[in-house]
Structure formats: C-alpha cells, structure tokens
Design a protein around this ligand. Structure first.
Ligand code: GAR
Length: 208
C-alpha cells in the first residue's frame, strides 16, 4: 500500500474522509501519520481516534520557513511516508519542500481551479455570479493552489446560497473527491506529464 501522511491545520473533515476510505481492506493507501502545524487542530483527535500517529510541528520553533519545512520532511520520512495529502494545511510551503515531494504531494482546494485560488473561495464564486462551483484535487507546484489537476467535483450554485450553504455542499463533494483521487494515484492510474495529468481509463469529473 502507498504510505500516506496527511498535513492539516484545523477541523480535519477531509482527513476523516481519507481515514474512512483507508479502512476498506482493498483501498490501495494507508495513512501512516498526521502532521499539524497547530497544536489545537481538531483533526489531531480524529487521527488519535483512528490509532494513527500524530506530530505537531510549530513554525514559531524554527527561525524560518526552510528549516521548518526541512524538519517536516525529516519527520515524514522517519515514518516511512511516500506520499503527502494536504488537507486544509493553511501554510505556504517552501519551493525546496515542494520540489522534494514533487509528484508525491496533492492538495484539495474548494474551487474549480484555476478559478479562485487562495482564500474565501465561496464568497468570491458567489460574487462572480457563478452557477457552478466545486472543488479540485491537484498535484502541488510552487505557486499556491496550482498544479496538474487530478479530479474535480462540480456543485450547482442555488438561488439564495450564501457562502456557508455553498461551502457545506462543496465540502460534501470534497469528501467524495479526495479519497477517489488518492485511490487513482495509489493504483498507479495517474501519469503526470509537466503540468497536466492523464488518468488511465477514467473520466476526471465527478458529479456527486
Ligand atoms: C477544505 O474546504 C479545503 O478544501 C480547504 O480548507 C478546508 C479544510 O477543511 N483548503 C484550502 O482552502 C487550501 N487552499 P477540513 O479541515 O475540514 O478538511
């Protein structure tokens, strides 16, 4: 099985979706560690409840981003991590870290990238008058919320939606999309060529 670590900063609902998916005996990945940059991340309890090792690594204990990121790589490699899932990890990663884990690190983002990278995606989608919104799972590149897209799930924007109602429907889609994309990668069905992905025998759009 692919040995995966999940990096979080908060609630960890996507972590939970990955934990639940990994429980299926034929799922091709296992979570070996959960790492948080915040000691109060709720997701740490989810990991502990599932019997997964956790590590907290706080930026304030390091002089700069590069040394923080190096320490994180050390922790990850000591646990046998071969692949990283970012799941609400709200910290920009150094180019060195991104290069080290190139094509071995994916992220979930609450928009149909390349639209709306960054924060506050649901409000921005509403303000732009979008009728479709959703989420994306992609390999991580230097620029924030960019990189080859593995899969996307689309969610209709409904009349009367506000950022909260829209985000809760997108979140449900995230919980389906993330395990599905991880499974495709772990089964070796995803080939990255430069800045795009090819998926063997699959469509890359999911409509929950
Ligand atoms: C999720 O909506 C995820 O897509 C988003 O943070 C939330 C984390 O929720 N990530 C980003 O915005 C990354 N740019 P969770 O902790 O419950 O999984």
């Amino acid at each position: 099985k692919l040995k995966v670590s999940v990096l979080i900063s908060g609630r960890g609902s996507n972590l939970q979706a990955l934990i639940d998916a990994c429980r299926a005996p034929d799922f091709p990945a296992e979570i070996v560690m959960v790492v948080s940059n915040r000691p109060d991340a709720q997701g740490l309890f989810r990991a502990q409840a599932a019997g997964i090792s956790t590590a907290v690594i706080e930026p304030r204990d390091f002089p700069d981003k590069v040394s923080f990121d190096r320490a994180m790589t050390e922790i990850l490699e000591s646990s046998g991590t071969g692949f990283i899932c970012l799941a609400g990890f709200m910290r920009l990663l150094s180019p060195e870290f991104v290069d080290h884990w190139r094509d071995r690190m994916i992220n979930i983002h609450p928009s149909l990238l390349p639209l709306f990278p960054g924060l506050d995606t649901h409000r921005r989608a509403l303000d732009a008058g979008m009728r479709l919104h959703g989420c994306s799972v992609h390999f991580v590149r230097h620029e924030m919320d960019s990189g080859p897209i593995i899969g996307q799930a689309a969610v209709a924007v409904l009349d009367g939606d506000d950022p909260d109602s829209l985000s809760s429907r997108v979140l449900e889609a995230e919980h389906l999309l993330y395990p599905w994309c991880l499974e495709l990668v772990a089964r070796g069905m995803v080939t990255v060529t430069g800045d795009t992905c090819r998926i063997a025998g699959h469509t890359t759009a999911l409509s929950p």
